[in-house]
Design a binder for this molecule. Structure first.
Ligand code: GLU
Length: 426
């Protein structure tokens, strides 16, 4: 018998992040008729670490930042997942995101388990030197957990290729040799993969395209609203624009913009870069964030943070399709309402798996010291995403269920199979 009382669950029983991630797992697991005793093993994080990072700020003060790394499950391979710099980061959030990452990596059939890290900070309020010191100290603190065969961080909300370069350098200095594959999402000039930066957005497009094909529809003339204009939101918008979809609404943290005739993404990106916000962007009207989510469009792409579509927003969503470019943007209650209303949801663990897929390619390239062309990366990414969509689509047809349940069923059964075959240690 496996003891099902555990501290990690008890600790975070009431956290909305953890609870929502757990509910999605539990909902699928219940339909799978698997051995009950594995339910807790599969849903419990294997290891979580909390660290404090004292940093000397530019003005001479010392400030202590809290950081986390949660490693959820490594039955299928080393832990893998992003590192987030954001003021709302918490233990429960990284635990939830690490679990999502386990399912995501399994669904696209990567030889990785799932992890996630975070540091509680406002990256935009740190100077570049403060951010560097914070990254290096955090890396040193989590050093015993990471490594190319152990746990491989990557960019997430608030981090980028520069942060990954500092992480790589700190790790390499401390182990005494260059270790390219300890991190992915590095700059291309120091062993990063071409195509990694746009990979999540490109994956979103692959999945949306495949889904539209099942409906005999195409991207052309599709009216799309996108919440979030960070790495994922921007590249999704840019690629959609290039493929002749019409982006009618777009938002960043500070608010959104709307133009029913379409927003020019190149100009919006330039404006955002120069002004740090989309507010007052010419050729568009301002739109509050919740109105963006409920505006009259064909496809809604939440590409910002978790839980942005809850049960208060869900009944008013007008889109027929939602593509979860962010991790966990729809709460389980909202998910139920949307499904009842006939909205198709392309779930995060499928739709935004392009990023970690190209991270896998980068990891492989780093291990072999043999580097691929952009063309090769894009072709391989397309193959992985197409295969994953086809598997989810077939499962949804066969079991007459929604895409999220189908995706979770495939992912959980792969992790369960690996765990069962390996057995328990000792
Ligand atoms: N942070 C990304 C995600 O949520 C990428 C993780 C990775 O590349 O390891 O999937």
């Amino acid at each position: 018998m496996i003891d099902t009382t555990n501290q990690l669950h008890a600790h975070d029983k009431h956290s909305p992040f953890w609870q929502n991630a757990y509910l999605y797992f539990d909902r699928a697991y219940t339909t799978m008729h698997l051995d009950e005793t594995w339910r807790t093993v599969l849903s419990t994080p294997k290891r979580v670490l909390t660290v404090s990072c004292p940093i000397r700020m530019d003005d001479g003060r010392i400030q202590v930042f809290t950081g986390y790394r949660a490693q959820h499950n490594n039955a299928r391979g080393p832990f893998k997942g992003g590192l987030r710099f954001h003021p709302s980061v918490g233990l429960d959030e990284v635990m939830a995101l690490a679990m999502l990452q386990t399912w995501k990596n399994a669904l696209v059939d990567l030889p990785f388990g799932g992890a996630k890290g975070g540091v509680v900070c406002s990256p935009h309020k740190l100077s570049i030197t403060e951010k560097e010191r914070l990254t290096r100290r955090y890396t040193a603190e989590i050093l015993p957990l990471i490594g190319p065969d152990h746990d491989i961080p990557a960019p997430d909300v608030g981090t980028d290729s520069q942060v990954m370069a500092w992480l790589l350098d700190t790790y390499s200095m401390m182990v005494g040799h260059q270790s390219l594959s300890v991190v992915t999402g590095k700059p291309v000039s120091i062993g990063g993969s071409p195509g990694r930066e746009e990979a999540t957005g490109r994956g979103v497009i692959c999945v949306l395209r495949k889904f539209l094909a099942t409906q005999n529809k195409s991207l052309e003339d599709l009216r799309v609203a996108i919440q979030g204009f960070g790495n994922v939101g921007y590249h999704t918008a840019r690629l959609l624009d290039e493929l002749n979809a019409t982006i009618i609404a777009l938002s960043s943290k500070e608010g959104g913009i709307y133009n029913e005739n379409g927003i020019d993404i190149t100009s919006a990106q330039r404006y955002y870069h120069e002004n740090g916000s989309l507010a007052d962007f010419p050729d568009a009207e301002p739109i509050p964030n919740d109105e963006l989510l409920t505006c009259d469009c064909d496809v809604l792409v939440p590409a910002a943070m978790e839980n942005t579509i809850d049960e208060t927003i869900a009944p008013h969503v007008e889109a027929h399709t939602i593509v979860e470019a962010a991790n966990g943007p729809i709460t389980p209650k909202a998910d139920e309402i949307l499904r009842e209303n006939g909205v198709t949801i392309l779930p995060d663990i499928l739709a935004n798996a392009g990023g970690v897929t190209v991270s896998y390619f980068e990891w492989v390239q780093g291990l072999q010291n043999y580097f691929w062309s952009l063309n090769q990366v894009q072709n391989e990414l397309q193959k992985v995403m197409d295969r994953a969509f086809d598997a989810v689509n077939a499962k949804a047809d066969e079991s007459d269920c929604d895409y999220r349940t189908a995706a979770y069923t495939i992912a959980i059964s792969r992790v369960a199979e690996a765990s069962r075959l390996k057995g328990l240690f000792p």
